[in-house]
Structure formats: C-alpha cells, structure tokens
Design a protein around this ligand. Structure first.
Ligand SMILES: [Zn+2]
Length: 198
C-alpha cells in the first residue's frame, strides 16, 4: 500500500475498523469511494454523521432511539408486566423483529466478564432494579457463552427476592453464541420455551 496516496490509506484504515470489514474489503471500498461521484460520497458522509448525531440510547431501556423515551417504552400497546433482558441494543431489534415478545426490554450493555474488567456495576443492573414495579416476569435472553451464562446466573440470584418470576429463554440458540446469530424462528422458540429459574 506504499504507493497509495495518504488520504486513501487513511480511508482504508478507517473503514478497516468497521465490524466485518477486513483489509481487502476496506481497500476495495476505499478505492470505490474515491472514484465515485462526489455528490454520492457527500450524501453517504452526511447520512453517517446524521445517524450518529441523532441516535442515542433510551434512558429507560437502553435501546437505540431518536427520541426519549424510545418508541418501545412509549408504546401503550406493549405489556408492561414482562421485561426481556438482553445484552445489547441490537438484541432488542432482533427480538422485537421476531414478534415473539410483546413486553418491554432492558439492555444490560454487555455481560459480566472479570477478565475484560466488566463487573456487575458496569452494567445497567441498578437501572433494571429500578424498573421492577409492576413487573411480574423478567425473561433473561442473554447469550449462551460462558459470560452470558454467568451473567444470567448472577441476575437470577440478585433479582429473586423482588417478588418477580425470573425465567431464561430456552437454549435452541446455538451454544456459545449471542442473539445476533439467531433467526426469527429460533428466537420465537427460545422465548416460548423459556423456563423459570429456580
Ligand atoms: Zn426505551
């Protein structure tokens, strides 16, 4: 890449930081962009900035939103007595899209991982506890990897004295993975087959 002009090299390195974009794809995209119509590239740049500036996290559930509270939290049609706890804001989108869940969501913002320096207090657990009024069931829909399991166990223990039923989605999910790899049908089955944590 020594022969490429600096701006292209910088663009390649920026694109290469995006998830799923390896060095070759980054190079291909960069070379495509610098040869594209400048109006088209400007529009892309503007939509990137606009999306980044207008989208934030819902103060209540932690999902991605343009307004506070988000569309899910302010939707009066949703069942307020069940809360589905997920790791990431993207999980909310996947579970909601599956249509299998009509309640409200709560994003933890990760999972407990002492090796990576993530302790319970780094997650939105206190925020979850502050939402328990009127909630009858909490469905833990976390990944099936070691850290997801540990986080589910921790939450089940911590939440059990609040008078709510804590259940976990069934493990039709691929072992060792998160919700992002589950298709709609798998999610529907995982939610329907949830079991109470004893
Ligand atoms: Zn929300």
């Amino acid at each position: 890449m020594a022969s490429l002009p600096d701006p292209i090299t910088r663009l390649i390195s920026s694109l290469g930081q995006l998830p799923g974009i390896g060095p070759r794809s980054a190079e291909r995209l960069a070379l495509f962009l610098v040869q594209s119509e400048s109006g088209q590239v400007k529009q892309l740049a503007e939509s990137l900035l606009e999306a980044r500036e207008r989208i934030g996290f819902c103060e209540i559930c932690g999902s991605l939103t343009e307004s506070q509270p988000c569309g899910l939290c302010s939707d009066s049609e949703r069942e307020t007595h069940t809360l589905c706890v997920v790791e990431t804001a993207v999980d909310v989108i996947n579970v909601d899209k599956s249509g299998a869940f009509k309640g409200l969501f709560h994003v933890l913002g990760g999972k407990i991982s002492p090796l990576n320096g993530v302790e319970p207090e780094d997650l939105r657990i206190a925020e979850l506890e502050s939402r328990l009024k009127g909630v009858e069931e909490i469905i833990l829909a976390l990944g099936t990897d070691v850290e997801g399991e540990a986080t589910s166990n921790y939450l089940a223990l911590r939440l059990k004295d609040n008078g709510v039923t804590v259940s976990r989605i069934a493990h039709g999910l691929p072992a060792g993975s998160g919700l992002e790899y589950a298709d709609d049908l798998t999610l529907v089955h995982a939610l329907e087959g949830r079991r109470e944590v004893q």
